[in-house]
Design a protein around this ligand. Structure first.
Ligand code: ADP
Ligand code: MG
Length: 359
């Protein structure tokens, strides 16, 4: 069954067109990640689903029931939605217990019932019971995020909305918190809509990924499917690093400075941007000659920027123990199939570093 159905949402703030025909279906009990660069309208979309704001036109239905139709809609507290805002936003003057119990009605629940529910929720998000008496400032950032999730789940919502829940956490804490949150969401069996500009977060957590660009969804599908077959160059870049080389599609191959490479998906003949992920580029005994132009040591791996004969460059992710001085001559081979996207006349090519959220 469809837990959430978003149809043709349009939203402007004054002259700024934020949503322009956004549509999305989320199946019951699944997690969908909306992935898009900063400012593309992700928070706006979540706020419309939660009912905090209204679209200019378009509809939103929860479990088949229309809750928003243009400017008309059901109040947020009538939607049975849990919301974790981008800034976490726990009440600083309330304990963890009081924060989590905040949404549990004092009229319909007893104090022991609320205590039991808070204990259950702390366990669900993998936090120690002793933390219930602390205040938000006595918790780490990751613990605060888990409390915010526990609070959002307290009333057993039909749908949980998470707005970049891990963006304020450092790398190590982010991985631990992400795993705890994923486990809690799975255990709760709750339908989840997560927005993020972090591709690793989207790929790790989501059953379905929806790529947001220019106020609409450029591509929606299972995480593996979207990663394997990005519909356009912007989507390919949003899903992870890669190099773009000028080339041509001829007879089912991508011809570029690295040779005639197999294509990940069939493409018509013509000028194209050839997109290659760094882990597809290998140093080999034979292959295309290149020169090491730059090396970035990342610990487990090193990313080498290699200059090719036509002076275009391609990044290679190699073992971190590989040391190659700048200027060294190497030969490279490409493993697997590459992506090609039509290069239209008049379309200026863009650099590999001009999209936010790409590292
Ligand atoms: P994201 O969450 O993807 O970073 P947002 O949905 O927050 O993006 O914002 C999308 C665009 O809408 C931005 O250009 C932002 O400045 C604008 N915007 C968001 N909310 C408002 C508002 N209340 N008033 C005016 N402009 C807004
Ligand atoms: Mg946002």
């Amino acid at each position: 069954m469809t837990a959430l159905s978003i149809r043709d949402l349009h939203k402007r703030y004054g002259p700024t067109r934020v949503l322009a025909g956004a549509g999305l279906e989320v199946a019951d009990g699944t997690t969908t990640a909306i992935l898009g660069p900063s400012g593309c309208g992700k928070t706006t979309l979540l706020r419309l689903v939660a009912g905090f704001d209204r679209p200019d036109t378009g509809t939103i239905a929860l479990a088949g029931r229309e809750v928003t139709a243009g400017r008309r809609g059901l109040a947020p507290d009538k939607r049975n939605i849990g919301y974790v805002a981008q800034e976490g936003a726990l009440f600083p003057h309330l304990t963890v217990h009081a924060n989590i119990a905040y949404g549990l009605s004092r009229r319909t629940t007893t104090a022991p019932a609320r205590r039991a529910r808070v204990a259950e929720l702390l366990e669900l998000v993998s936090l120690e019971q002793a933390l219930a008496r602390r205040y938000p400032h006595e918790l780490s950032g990751g613990q605060q995020q888990r409390v915010a999730l526990a609070r959002a789940l307290a009333r057993r919502p039909a749908l949980v909305l998470l707005d970049e829940p891990f963006s304020s956490l450092d790398t190590a804490l982010r991985a631990v918190t992400r795993a705890a949150v994923a486990a809690a969401l799975r255990a709760a069996g709750v339908t989840t809509l997560l927005v993020t500009h972090d591709q690793a977060e989207a790929l790790a957590l989501a059953d379905q990924i929806a790529i947001m660009a220019r106020g609409t969804f450029a591509q929606t599908g299972p995480a593996r499917e979207v990663y394997a077959h990005p519909a356009d160059l912007g989507t390919a870049r949003l899903l992870g690093p890669g190099s773009t080389l000028p080339g041509t599609v001829i007879a089912g191959k991508a011809a570029c400075a690295l040779g005639a490479l197999p294509l990940a998906q069939p493409r018509p003949d013509g000028d194209a941007h050839i997109f290659i992920r760094p882990d597809q580029v290998r140093l080999a005994a034979t292959g295309t000659p290149a020169t090491v132009a730059a090396a970035e040591f990342l610990g487990a791996d090193t990313v080498l920027t290699l200059r090719l004969a036509d002076s275009s460059t391609v990044d290679a992710r190699v073992d971190g123990t590989v040391t190659q001085a700048i200027g060294t001559s190497v030969t490279v081979e490409i493993t697997g199939a590459v992506h090609a996207y039509p290069r239209h006349h008049g379309l200026t090519s863009f650099s590999n570093h001009d999209l936010p959220g790409i590292h």
